[in-house]
Write a protein that binds this ligand. Structure first.
Ligand code: ATP
Ligand code: MG
Length: 652
């Protein structure tokens, strides 16, 4: 029933063909977005399996997101290789770790940490530090960075200086929290992503028997998005490989978007130095996007500085598809206006025949999602938020999980799908056969329906799956932030959109301070933001919309500027602000700092009548709170003056 081997090579261009035919030994595919890298490697795997070079169970394909892994499995199934394992690094490691846990470690299996921030909060508290959400998030990020670069708490202070990083709090304090975090993790028997990989690696290094068994199981490795591999993942990969070299890596240096978390694109660009006999393939034909979109992508690349991308890696794309609509650039007065208009335009696209699942709204930070959830809901457009935090925190999902867990304990082996449905339809949870009206009821229904759908999907793949398996899958998804999807417009951060594609992509909130994000300070950090923009642009097949808003709220000061990445892209027409903003601007009262005399633009400073950076007789603690407030609300470099800063806020 499966296609003969040569059939699998059809539909590949000469370079993709070269990669697919090089079934053995090291292979490196270095190419831009949409050039068919993922396609080339899935065909290569299927071809290697079909020609008998490798049994499909011995292939391990690794990608970065659960969704990308799922897509790869889907493509491989269609190509006649349904048993190939396509997983994220974490899922692959977790599987091996669970399998060998008894032999290698022993004792009760650890619980996956579902929120690192909570554990970091407990650690910070144990050290006597008061930290707010932003600080905790930064601390969690810093600990993650230290762990993936394999820096122990005792070495942290020296290492952070050497790496030229700015720690979120004094490095000695970070080191203390880090140490407390690790202790807490041990006491509570919790496993985070990094320790998952560390333990797997340690297990392979320390037990020759386990190493032998794992290496006998997996003989053929493929890694997609290799530009974002971090040192820990690279070492795990090396441990899996041993002294063999059947490894194919694929990536695009221009899409490196995780260096802040320790990603090291040097492993990709230096691959051929590590393996001088490697087959090296470069792809330039862009099969994904229209020439109009490709033009934008190439312009973004040309604008990039020389900081991280050497000229030989500036991969210009050559469009293959026929012409499509021109990209649309839109400036709005304020954020709600932007969200409402984008939602209306999406509704119109759906009316014109573009399926909702083929449309995405992409933004820089997850906090931007809420406005679009609201606007799409109001416009009656179905949507899914990629990112599990919202999903697994929903009250109906919590209630469902609670009941499912209880039922799984006393499970008598009843058919899984029916049991799940039955439980979800109990009155206290309340899944109905058809979607109700009213926005809130519909959202509730959609999330429960997604759970029921997931049960069906799992049963489709593994008919023997039990209720306990379903509950375990949900736990793993909560931990890996992978919510089950409902077919609707995708709302996602740019980071989560990597590797994916849609007919229509709306890049929203493109202002200075948002993209590049306000805390991107060094040229390297700004370049990473530009690459993020490039990733966003290249997700679009046909329709590409880029928009920004000048003020945060209606009537607010229009202090925001369009992102610098739009320079040279958007038409040089006078901005809406210039046309319409003058009258309002005149009415804004000039407030100067009474210490240094500069004009004050930020609400907090205007309220105080001085800038937060000048020395003063104000209570230092209050000032610190103000600075903190500024960091939090400062989604743009200048906080609009009319974000209300009341006396109540000051006294809070
Ligand atoms: P990214 O860098 O974003 O991950 P990619 O290089 O992995 O992109 P793919 O996702 O493999 O690109 O391919 C992009 C699109 O182009 C897909 O829809 C794919 O099916 C199509 N495509 C790839 N190669 C060809 C080809 N030779 N002929 C026709 N279509 C192709
Ligand atoms: Mg890809």
């Amino acid at each position: 029933a499966f296609p003969p081997p040569d059939e699998l090579l059809r539909g590949l261009d000469p370079e993709q063909l070269e990669a697919a035919r090089s079934v053995r030994g090291p292979v490196c595919i270095l190419a831009g977005a949409g050039t068919g890298k993922t396609r080339a490697i899935t065909h290569r795997i299927a071809y290697a399996v079909a020609t008998g070079v490798v049994p499909e169970q011995q292939v391990l394909a690794v990608t970065f997101t659960t969704r990308a892994a799922g897509e790869m499995r889907g493509r491989l199934r269609a190509l006649g290789a349904p048993r190939v394992q396509a997983r994220t690094f974490h899922a692959a490691a977790l599987r091996q770790l669970s399998y060998f846990w008894g032999e290698a470690v022993g004792g009760p299996k650890p619980t996956l940490i579902d929120s690192k921030i909570k554990t970091v909060a407990a650690a910070a508290h144990a050290c006597g530090f008061q930290a707010d959400r932003t600080e905790l998030r930064d601390l969690a990020g810093e600990i993650e960075w230290a762990k993936v670069t394999q820096i122990r708490p005792v070495d942290y202070e020296t290492a952070v200086t050497k790496a030229g990083r700015t720690p979120p709090m004094p490095s000695r304090d970070v080191a203390r929290v880090y140490e407390a975090y690790e202790e807490l993790r041990g006491e509570r028997n919790l496993l985070d992503f990094e320790s998952m990989l560390e333990l797997t690696m340690a297990m392979i290094h320390e037990s020759p028997r386990i190493a032998e068994q794992i290496r006998r199981q997996y003989r053929y490795f493929v890694v997609d998005e290799f530009q974002d591999v971090n040192p820990l993942q690279k070492q795990l990969l090396d441990a899996w490989l041993g002294d063999r070299d059947d490894i194919c890596v694929v990536g695009d240096p221009n899409q490196t978007i995780y260096t802040f978390a320790g990603a090291t694109p040097g492993y990709l660009t230096g691959f051929c130095a590590t393996y001088p006999h490697a087959t090296f393939v470069r792809l330039v034909r862009d099969y994904r996007s229209t020439p109009q979109v490709v033009r934008v992508a190439n312009t973004v690349l040309r604008g990039s500085g020389s900081h991280t991308t050497p000229p030989e890696h500036r991969l210009e794309l050559v469009a293959q598809r026929p012409d499509g609509p021109e990209p649309v650039y839109t400036e709005y007065d304020d954020e709600p206006a932007e969200a409402t208009s984008v939602a209306r335009r999406i509704a119109a696209l759906i009316d014109s025949g573009v399926p909702a699942r083929e449309i995405a709204v992409l933004f820089r930070t997850n906090s931007q999602s809420a406005a679009y959830e609201q606007a799409l809901g109001d416009a009656g457009v179905p949507y899914t938020v990629r990112g599990a935090a919202q999903f697994f925190d929903r009250p109906e999902i919590r209630a469902a999980l609670h009941t499912l867990r209880g039922a799984a304990q006393g499970d008598g082996g009843a058919p899984m799908v029916q049991t799940v449905r039955h439980i979800l339809q109990q009155p206290q949870i309340g899944l109905t056969d058809t979607a109700p009206e009213g926005r809130q009821a519909r959202e509730r229904w959609e999330s429960l329906a997604a759970l029921a759908q997931l049960a069906e999907d799992i049963a489709g793949q593994r008919p023997e799956a039990t209720l306990a398996d379903f509950v375990a899958e949900l736990r793993a998804r909560a931990a890996t932030e992978h919510a089950p999807g409902f077919e609707g417009v995708t709302l996602a951060s740019l980071h989560a959109a990597k590797g994916l594609e849609w007919d229509a992509v709306f890049l929203v909130g493109l202002t200075e301070g948002m993209l590049p994000i306000v805390y991107a300070e060094t040229p390297e950090q700004v370049e990473e933001e530009r690459r993020l923009f490039y990733v966003g642009v290249t997700r679009a097949r046909e329709h590409l919309s880029m928009s920004w808003a000048l003020a945060r709220s209606p009537g607010g000061r229009r202090t925001r500027k369009p992102s610098r990445f739009l320079d040279g892209l958007r038409p040089a027409s006078p901005s809406l602000a210039a046309q319409r903003g003058e009258r309002r601007r005149k009415t804004a009262r000039v407030v100067r700092c009474r210490v240094c005399g500069t004009t004050l633009l930020e609400a907090a400073e205007r309220k105080l009548g001085r800038c937060l950076d000048c020395p003063s007789d104000y209570d230092e603690e209050l000032l610190e709170r103000l600075r903190q407030w500024r960091r939090e609300v400062s989604t743009a470099q200048k906080v609009p003056a009319y974000v209300v800063f009341t006396d109540a806020t000051l006294q809070a």
